[in-house]
Design a protein around this ligand. Structure first.
Ligand code: GZL
Length: 322
């Protein structure tokens, strides 16, 4: 974007390349902040390490970029680097995950998902499913968490903890799969050995860990599905990446709650507003969908608000941007 003849340089500190979701968010940023669109994007891959992201922020400051965009791997530990950006007069925009700071003025705006609501919608679906299918007895849950201390893990986990207490579900184990497929498979294999048929539900905090969990189930001769009394294990997931929705249509994932990675265009509009001297909202949330193939549950209610559940189809999958 060339504004008054000035090309904008954006330094983007990305977390890594750990999941389909993450790859899609990087594509969205690269497609949006392109030379053709009038930007100069400096893209840094943090390789899943906060120290790399902090180093990138300091390099962006030294390079005198116009904006710093940060997707923070975890919520804490950003105060000094963001204070240096503020002292250098460089606006910082946080995307996707959140930062926890004493001084909220250290960043200009945040753009991302309501992770707690995502978790609440997933748990509301599980509650309705168990009631509708009359399978609500003795629900043991394996909880496969995302990166410890990340906003997505915190929100989705807190939703499950509260729902389990409210509904009498038994969380057998909460264990991190770090949002990656291999770790998801590894922790599921260990849990199947330890808890065996006490596991009725596996709550995976992203699709890639769900893919690994499903591999582990199939190698153990267990079907992922919704017939719990018939020995199937119900898999819950988040992100709604294309492969996740294919698994949902096949019944391997019972419900997949979307987390939208395509934040590039909205971020560009926000920067344009800032360049034009407009004030922007501090917090900017996405509207997100929820998908299943289980037709009796077509909507869920969270805090008196109703959210539709989309029944997955070939058309929906074909039209997915990621
Ligand atoms: C959520 C995002 C999470 C995704 C994972 O906004 O931070 O990180 O749910 C990704 O797939 O790894």
């Amino acid at each position: 974007m060339v504004l008054r003849g000035k090309q904008l340089t954006v330094g983007f500190s990305q977390i890594g390349a750990e999941s389909d979701w993450r790859l899609a968010s990087s594509v969205s940023m690269e497609d949006t902040f392109s030379i053709d669109n009038g930007y100069n994007l400096i893209f840094d891959n943090g390789q899943q390490k906060q120290e790399n992201q902090i180093k990138a922020i300091r390099e962006f400051i030294d390079q005198g970029v116009d904006y710093i965009v940060l997707d923070p791997i975890v919520e804490t530990g950003w105060t000094s680097s963001l204070r240096e950006a503020k002292e250098a007069g460089i606006p910082v925009i946080i995307v996707d995950r959140e930062v926890r700071l004493d001084d909220e003025d250290l960043y200009t705006a945040w753009l991302g998902s309501d992770f707690r609501l995502e978790g609440d919608r997933a748990c509301a679906w599980l509650k309705d499913f168990l009631q509708e299918s009359r399978q609500g007895e003795d629900i043991g849950i394996l909880h496969v968490q995302g990166t410890p201390g990340s906003s997505a893990q915190i929100g989705r986990s807190e939703a499950l903890f509260d729902a389990a207490e409210a509904n009498g579900w038994n969380i057998l184990q909460s264990v991190s799969g770090d949002f990656v497929q291999a770790k998801g498979k590894e922790v599921a294999e260990a849990a199947l050995r330890e808890y065996a048929d006490r596991i009725k539900v596996i709550y995976c905090e992203n699709d890639n860990m769900a893919y690994g969990v499903i591999e582990a189930l199939q190698e153990a001769g267990i079907r992922p599905g919704t017939n719990l009394s018939g020995g199937e294990i119900l898999v819950i997931s988040f992100d709604s990446a294309r492969k996740g929705l294919e698994y949902t249509m096949e019944g391997k994932i019972a419900v997949d709650t979307e987390c939208n990675p395509m934040y590039g265009p909205a971020l560009s509009r926000l920067i344009l507003d800032l360049e034009n001297g407009k004030t922007v909202e501090k917090k900017n949330y996405y509207d997100e969908e929820q998908f299943s193939a289980y037709e009796p549950v077509l909507a869920v209610t969270v805090e008196q608000k109703e959210y539709p559940v989309m029944i997955v189809s070939e058309d929906i999958i074909r039209e997915r941007a990621y």
